[in-house]
Unconditional design. Structure first.
Length: 327
């Protein structure tokens, strides 16, 4: 599907700056109506063939440049439950990149060029969010040691304790990345997201962006959510065991009960910058603006810079020498 402006017939996209649908042809706001796709393999705007692949939710048409949402992938069982709409729009994202990188002396000039920045795309990345309870039973042996002197003698008293804990914890929306295409570990670096801004899924939020459906289902990933929750529960439990000289665990039982699994989409801007045959990837959290990525060093610029510094020093030495009357 695409969204068509009722006023002028142009296409409308979601604009994070005003948090409304925006028609760039007549400047209309929230003037959209849905035009459904007749078939998944053709662009609903120009009819050109489009390839949805295995996991694409939304794509840009190579022919007309409109952003298409694949109807079948947002319907029925496949429909996402939740979405975190982009809060950082294209202009704001470019501003953040400029602020972050313009002071880098050795950066290639093209990195912040308008032509390159225009290639950046916003992507919705699939996640599973789990609500779960954990139950932990712990048994350990603790010791405490007391030492004192009396006359010529030193006494040591070791007390042994049985340390028992039972702990229950409740977790809401533990996130696990369900994307096949996003580079490993990137979504962990994009954290934290503020999940309180999650909305019920609506197609309009996808308009103007790319999107990916989950590549791993909720059951395949629930182990990861349990492990995250276990780690947090163990930390809580360990914090409650204080005041012993040593503690040796004897038994640890851990159970999780997953109550709710929700399929959610998270916003990321992705900048794929190529320099001298090498790929440099930058990711910007579409909600908070957090940037991850390292800028390449431009070799010609670095050489010019060191030459300038070198010449600068040479000039200074000459100046000092002439001041001293040597020259
Ligand atoms: Zn319009
Ligand atoms: Zn098209």
């Amino acid at each position: 599907m695409i969204f068509i402006c009722k006023n002028c017939g142009g296409t409308t996209v979601y604009d994070p700056d005003v948090q409304k649908m925006h028609c760039s042809y007549c400047d209309g706001l929230d003037s959209e109506e849905i035009r459904k796709s007749e078939q998944m393999s053709a662009c609903p705007s120009c009819g050109a063939p489009v390839e949805a692949g295995e996991v694409s939710l939304a794509k840009k048409c190579n022919n007309c440049g409109n952003y298409i949402i694949f109807d079948e992938r947002v319907e029925g069982e496949s429909r996402p439950h939740l979405i975190l709409p982009f809060m950082i729009g294209r202009e704001k994202m470019k501003e953040l990149l400029q602020q972050e990188f313009r002071k880098k002396v050795f950066m290639p000039d093209s990195f912040l060029s308008e032509r390159k920045l225009q290639t950046i795309e916003g992507i919705y990345v699939p996640f599973w969010l789990y609500d779960l309870d954990t139950d932990m039973e712990y048994e350990g042996k603790g010791t405490s040691v007391r030492v004192w002197n009396s006359g010529e003698m030193e006494y040591t008293e070791t007390s042994f304790y049985s340390v028992n804990r039972k702990m229950k914890a409740e977790f809401t929306r533990v996130p696990v990345d369900a994307s096949l295409n996003m580079e490993d570990g990137i979504m962990d670096l994009m954290e934290p997201y503020d999940y309180s801004a999650l909305s019920d899924f609506k197609e309009k939020y996808l308009s103007g962006f790319l999107g990916e459906k989950y590549g791993l289902n909720a059951e395949e990933l629930e182990k990861r959510a349990s492990e995250k929750a276990q780690l947090d529960t163990e930390n809580l439990l360990n914090n409650s065991i204080q005041g012993y000289q040593s503690v040796t665990p004897v038994r640890k039982d851990f159970r999780t009960n997953i109550k709710i699994k929700e399929y959610a989409l998270m916003p990321v801007w992705k900048y794929d910058y190529q320099y001298r045959g090498k790929q440099y990837l930058f990711h910007i959290n579409g909600q908070t603006g957090k940037i991850i990525g390292d800028v390449p060093i431009s070799l010609p610029k670095a050489i010019v810079y060191s030459l300038t510094v070198f010449l600068g020093c040479g000039a200074l030495i000459q100046l000092v020498l002439s001041f001293l009357g040597v020259l």
